[in-house]
Design a protein around this ligand. Structure first.
Ligand SMILES: [Zn+2]
Ligand SMILES: [Zn+2]
Length: 102
């Protein structure tokens, strides 16, 4: 927070709820800018995680653990071109992970 009249860095006075300029004693009421910023950052993290899960493709595979018939899947990274591709499946219900061998 900088002083609106002399542009010096202001000091917070939490007990009065104001910013005080050490040079010209201008006071500015503290807003809740810091709290809002923090809440936005926390919400952003959640949104990123939700998006990550939501963008994974799903397939109708039966979960060997709970019997649910829908799972997210990703292709395992293979190094050699002659290696068969393996799908890693994750149950959308219980989160169990398993490999699909072809
Ligand atoms: Zn000032
Ligand atoms: Zn399951």
């Amino acid at each position: 927070m900088f002083c609106p009249s002399c542009k010096k860095l202001m000091r917070p006075n939490a007990s009065k709820g104001v910013w005080i300029c050490p040079k010209c004693n201008t006071t500015v009421k503290m807003g809740n800018a810091k709290i809002v910023e923090h809440e936005q950052a926390a919400g952003k993290d959640v949104a990123v995680v939700e998006q990550k899960v939501a963008t994974l493709p799903t397939t109708q595979e039966e979960c060997p653990k709970c019997g649910h018939n829908e799972a997210y899947w990703v292709l395992r990274q293979t190094r050699g071109a002659d290696e068969p591709e393996t799908r890693i499946l994750q149950c959308t219900k219980c989160g169990h992970k398993w490999r699909e061998y072809q």
